[in-house]
Design a protein around this ligand. Structure first.
Ligand SMILES: *Cc1c(COP(=O)(O)O)cnc(C)c1O
Ligand code: SF4
Length: 324
């Protein structure tokens, strides 16, 4: 087993253990929320939380709390309408030139605000046979980019990732391969030599590799994350970041400014900041649109344009994510 797989097995899966490690044994959490979507946090990520701080922005992203089980109008099970568009097994073709592939339902960390928290992933067998994907691509020649998503595509073993990338590398219509992953942040040891070699092989074959990280707060970027990003940069990978605007995590101009600065410092450009998907159980993370717009205006006044992410919203049926 690789180091990262061992680390993953040692991740916190019990709220009480995580809280005890942070010196917050008396902090409240919700068993009902935990049963709905279990806590999962790699120790490497928990190590970036501030001991003794019940309002820590990283802890808030992962701790199951009472508000999650309150029903709030407008917050639904499938806010982005992905369930109906999932025709071809695990393949989402919502936007013309790119398809998104659900490679696995698994994630190294469970983010409480995740719009996929209610998806029936357990029923979705990880795919083995990539032939259906190849047939789909050939029938849709306008697709020139494949986005590996999930869950987290890097929950797959290197061997499984390699099988998939080997298939994509030889399809002439594919110009870019993109990975949307949070794993390289919460578990930076996931960037193995084998995975790096795969990225290099894709580039050597003329396919651009883009890794879109998911970082919501500057405290998530530690030395190990910076090293991991540097290794990818050295391999020619384009590094972008998407975050979600989250109440109590990054909902002020100082925090967002610091996030952009620390991303750039790690060699990552801010790409998107998303309005929260209104998924049942996440209402306490919502930042109203008017406030979000105000925040973007404030950071635009402080940062160079290339450090201001596009503020976007996902609307079921739209032909792209919508800029706000
Ligand atoms: C977000 C998303 C994409 C990628 O959109 P970009 O604007 O290219 O980043 C593609 N497909 C689906 C289904 C998505 O949700
Ligand atoms: S890593 Fe991404 S897909 Fe997984 S729980 Fe977090 S937000 Fe959801």
């Amino acid at each position: 087993m690789s180091d990262w797989q061992t680390e993953l097995q040692q991740a916190y899966t019990r709220p009480a253990d995580l809280l005890a490690a942070l010196g917050l044994a008396d902090e409240r959490w919700s068993q009902a929320a935990h049963e709905q979507f279990p806590l999962r946090v790699p120790k490497a990520f928990a190590a970036r939380m501030r001991p003794g701080d019940r309002h820590d922005p990283l802890l808030r992203q992962v701790l199951p709390v009472e508000s999650e089980v309150e029903q709030v109008d407008g917050f639904v099970l499938d806010p982005v309408g992905d369930l109906p568009s999932k025709g071809e097994r695990g393949l989402l073709h919502k936007y013309s030139s790119r398809v998104l592939l659900i490679t696995t339902g698994a994630c190294a960390v469970h983010c409480r605000y995740c719009f996929r928290r209610h998806f029936p992933y357990a029923q979705e067998n990880p795919r083995r046979d990539w032939q259906a994907l190849v047939s789909y691509l050939r029938a849709n020649p306008e697709v020139n980019e494949v986005i590996l998503s999930g869950g987290d595509p890097l929950s797959l073993s290197d061997a499984r990732v390699a099988e998939l990338l080997d298939v994509l590398r030889v399809e002439p219509q594919i110009k870019r391969v993109r990975l949307h992953t949070r794993q390289l942040v919460v578990l930076p040891s996931r960037l193995t030599n084998e995975l790096l070699a795969q990225f290099k092989q894709l580039q050597a074959a003329g396919r651009e590799v883009i890794v879109v990280m998911h970082i919501n707060h500057a405290n998530e970027v530690d030395e190990a994350v910076r090293r991991t990003c540097q290794m990818m940069k050295d391999a020619g990978v384009t590094l972008l970041n998407q975050s979600v605007l989250l109440r109590g995590v990054n909902d002020n101009a100082d925090t967002l400014t610091e996030l952009s600065e620390s991303l750039f410092n790690a060699g990552v450009l801010p790409y998107y900041i998303s309005q929260l998907d209104k998924v049942q159980g996440a209402h306490h993370f919502e930042v109203p649109l008017a406030e979000g717009l105000q925040l973007i205006k404030q950071i635009r006044a402080r940062l160079p344009g290339y450090l201001v992410p596009s503020y976007v919203e996902e609307v079921a049926g739209a032909e792209s994510k919508l800029p706000l």
